[in-house]
Design a protein around this ligand. Structure first.
Ligand code: AOF
Ligand code: ZN
Length: 413
């Protein structure tokens, strides 16, 4: 006891999305609220420690696929005696790291974890049993695990062993942290984000195709941070031909947070792609080309440069998302132009939209726009985003929101 009460230490994520995608990347309170004065003391402590679990979990953002982001804190007599997070699939779960750190001090302690402890033998043994064995007497859980292998059974086992279990602390924040994992488990697809940058008059490039840069450097830095927390970026052949992008994080990330480049994916039916392109350099990040064109010479040319090529009968956004689910991806960032963005939306490959808007006007009747033909003829049919948030980034504005579920949720029979 005697530690400083600091419930406000929890960070306000800005912008908040995708695993609590966090611009400031600050750490939540590392102290347990002190002085048990008033009836809300315990609730404040629970919330504060759960926020700390979330902050710990975020340290592995972008590295855990197909597994969730999980952080864990163990508290004994008002002191944090152990904590940990899940670093990547195949490594121990967050609870195991926290138990190791706490050692004998776990006996009689309370354990906080943002996701229900597992109760199955997967890549690692069940955490519920480890908690019981270590003598944990109370477990505070952020949310029930949507994974059907667990889904309530971890909690039930703890309770049947006499452990007190509290469920649902900071539940909305825990769900947002793992929105990609929840989507993946529930719908057997990765979580899709469509990101684009446009001018105030709705153009993503000039009529001649020039697009560097629509937004200001602060927005670009935000995009790079977003890339770092996604498992893959998808573009179409047009983007490669017109923009010759690198799709990496470049150099603007802090040295203590080394860049983790996601898989760069090009969807190209025709395989009419340039011989020289920045995406063919795979030293910084891997490149995957998805196609339906049997062009053995060009495919061979790509493979020789370390690029993976996968052939499909019919290459569509829906088929690609199903394939990427099988590959174990949690989240996919669509950074394509309007021609690919439209079918991606129509086929349910996009759950969230992040639109950067720069206060610039470029005009041009034929200048490209972010979303191509959707077949909508009346404004009443427009796709209205839900849970919309606005952020200002320098002079730009970022609008983020979720596409209506009816677009992507499979209809139940
Ligand atoms: C994690 N990290 O800290 C917790 C998880 O294949 P496994 O054995 O790693 O099991 C993965 C499942 O374990 C995952 O889908 C989730 O249901 C549960 N909890 N997973 O990766 C953790 N606590
Ligand atoms: Zn576990």
């Amino acid at each position: 006891m005697g530690m400083q009460h600091n419930p406000g230490g929890a960070s306000e994520p800005v912008p908040s999305e995708l695993g609590g995608f966090d611009q400031k990347n600050t750490m939540a309170s590392d102290t347990v609220p002190s002085s048990p004065s008033g009836p809300n003391f315990q609730e404040v402590q629970h919330q504060s420690m759960m926020q700390r679990c979330i902050a710990l979990a975020r340290r592995a953002l972008g590295a855990t696929a197909p597994n969730p982001l999980v952080g864990c804190v163990i508290v004994q007599d008002g002191q944090i005696v152990g904590e940990g997070f899940h670093p990547k699939a195949g490594e121990p779960h967050a609870e195991v790291f926290a138990l190791r750190a706490a050692g004998e001090l776990a006996r009689g302690a309370t354990l906080y974890v943002n996701l229900e402890p597992c109760n199955h033998y997967g890549r690692t043994p069940p955490c519920s049993e480890a908690l019981i064995k270590a003598g944990i007497v109370q477990v505070v859980v952020g949310m029930v695990d949507p994974d059907p292998r667990v889904s309530g059974r971890g909690i039930a086992q703890l309770r049947s062993a006499g452990v007190e279990v509290v469920v649902g602390i900071e539940e909305a924040a825990c769900q947002r942290l793992n929105e990609a994992f929840i989507h993946r488990v529930r719908y057997r697809r990765p979580f899709g984000i469509l990101k684009y940058a446009m001018t105030l008059d709705g153009k993503i490039a000039t009529t001649s195709g020039h697009s560097a840069w629509v937004t200001d450097p602060a927005s670009l830095a935000t995009v790079h941070r977003l890339r770092a927390v996604c498992d893959a970026i998808i573009v179409g052949g047009n983007t490669v031909r017109r923009d010759n992008p690198r799709l990496t994080l470049h150099r603007d990330l802090p040295a203590e947070k080394p860049a983790r480049n996601p898989l760069r994916i090009i969807m190209s039916r025709s395989l009419q792609l340039p011989l020289q392109a920045r995406l063919w350099q795979t030293v910084e990040a891997p490149t995957l080309v998805l196609t339906e064109s049997r062009n053995p010479e060009f495919q061979q040319y790509l493979i020789q440069q370390g690029i993976e090529v996968i052939n499909f009968e019919a290459l569509t956004p829906a088929v690609v998302m199903s394939y990427l689910y099988e590959r174990g991806l949690l989240s996919v960032l669509w950074e394509c132009g309007g021609t690919l963005a439209a079918p991606a939306i129509a086929q349910g490959a996009v759950q969230k939209v992040m639109a950067f808007i720069a206060p610039k006007i470029v005009g041009g009747d034929t200048a490209p726009t972010p979303v191509g033909e959707l077949g909508l003829t009346t404004m009443t049919n427009a796709l209205s985003l839900e849970q919309v948030q606005w952020h200002t980034i320098g002079a730009d504005c970022l609008i983020e929101g979720y596409l209506p579920r009816r677009l992507w949720e499979p209809t139940r029979l």
